[in-house]
Ligand binder design. Structure first.
Ligand code: PMP
Length: 314
């Protein structure tokens, strides 16, 4: 990780090295934190954060599911992200807001502890690699099932939920694969450990339904919009493990991973090893996040204009 100058820490910009917490911070012990993964990308009008409003809203929804009271308004968090990118002089970067139960009482119950927020931003290339984005990656179906909606709220980006992803990711990597695909507890295809999955068969694009318990990805939503705008037949539809093997194309998508083709699953080559529809969607998505498609301009929040605060902390 390449440090930047400042981190937004409980409403103040502090030097990177000074954004610290106590080892007895509640969230460190029980995973009670809600976070986001956002990107800013270079555009002809300077760095622009992609779908910032939707990311901040999702954090609020996750906090509600987990009964966490956020001590900041959506506006404060929005401006915090924009100011952070600008004040660090960043262009293409990843932005990580996190809201967590802080130091105070120990024990499972977090309700007596203050919730504190931080936002950090740093340069981070494509999560599954540039080569992966170009040539496709190798995946395996994990023996770990995706968290069940009866166990944890799957639409919330709560740190505790990610113990599930961590197990699947470590197993996939130690078996020589790039990423894990997790099935739901009822055996349907869920998603990657940090990405949503799409399938192309006979010219039709599909992705598992939200009720399968996948994260409601913002890239997923953008891909669906791009498909519809480009006349690509699309269905939100659950599918089975064997449908992975019979696909013409498969791809993963997420803020960190962008749109990454899957070239093999469980050592089976997908389709003919070319991914024409995936490449078309990938290119359109990359053009959209880099401000090259006027139609998608509404998805961008430009970081170049400083914000004047009316009162209080940023
Ligand atoms: N699924 C999981 C489990 C994730 O962690 C992510 C990354 N946030 C995604 C899907 C993709 O979501 P998004 O497109 O909003 O980044």
């Amino acid at each position: 990780m390449k440090p930047t100058k400042k981190i937004w820490f409980d409403g103040q910009m502090v030097p990177w090295d000074e954004a610290k917490v106590h080892v007895l911070t509640h969230a460190l012990h029980y995973g009670y934190s809600i976070f986001e993964g956002i990107r800013a990308n270079s555009t002809p009008k300077g760095p622009a954060i992609f779908r910032l409003k939707e990311h901040i809203k999702r954090m609020g929804m996750g906090a509600r599911a987990y009964r966490m009271q956020l001590p900041y308004t959506e506006e404060q968090l929005t401006q915090g992200c924009l100011n952070l990118v600008r004040e660090n002089g960043l262009n293409d970067c990843y932005i990580r807001p996190i809201m967590f139960s802080s130091y105070g009482e120990m024990g499972v119950n977090p309700m007596k502890n203050k919730v504190i927020g931080a936002i950090a931003a740093w340069e981070w290339g494509s999560y599954l690699g540039d080569e992966g984005m170009e040539k496709g990656i190798r995946c395996t179906v994990s023996s770990w099932a995706r968290i069940d909606p009866r166990t944890l709220p799957p639409h919330a980006k709560c740190s505790a939920n990610y113990a599930n992803s961590i197990l699947a990711k470590m197993d996939a990597l130690s078996s020589g694969f790039d990423e894990a695909i997790m099935l739901t507890t009822s055996g349907l295809v869920g998603e990657g450990s940090g990405e949503n999955i799409f399938r192309v068969k006979d010219g039709i694009l599909t992705t598992p339904t939200k009720t399968a318990g996948v994260l409601e990805g913002i890239t997923r939503d953008s891909v669906i919009q791009i498909a519809k705008d480009n006349g690509i037949p699309f269905k939100e539809e659950d599918f089975l493990r064997e449908d992975l093997y019979s696909a013409d194309e498969l791809f993963l998508c997420g803020t960190a991973a962008n749109v990454t083709p899957i070239r093999e699953i469980d050592n089976r080559v997908i389709g003919d090893g070319k991914f024409p529809m995936t490449k078309k969607i990938q290119q359109t998505y990359l053009d959209a996040i880099h401000g090259k498609i006027p139609k998608y301009e509404a998805w961008l929040s430009y970081a170049s204009t400083p914000t004047i605060y009316s009162k209080g902390k940023p």
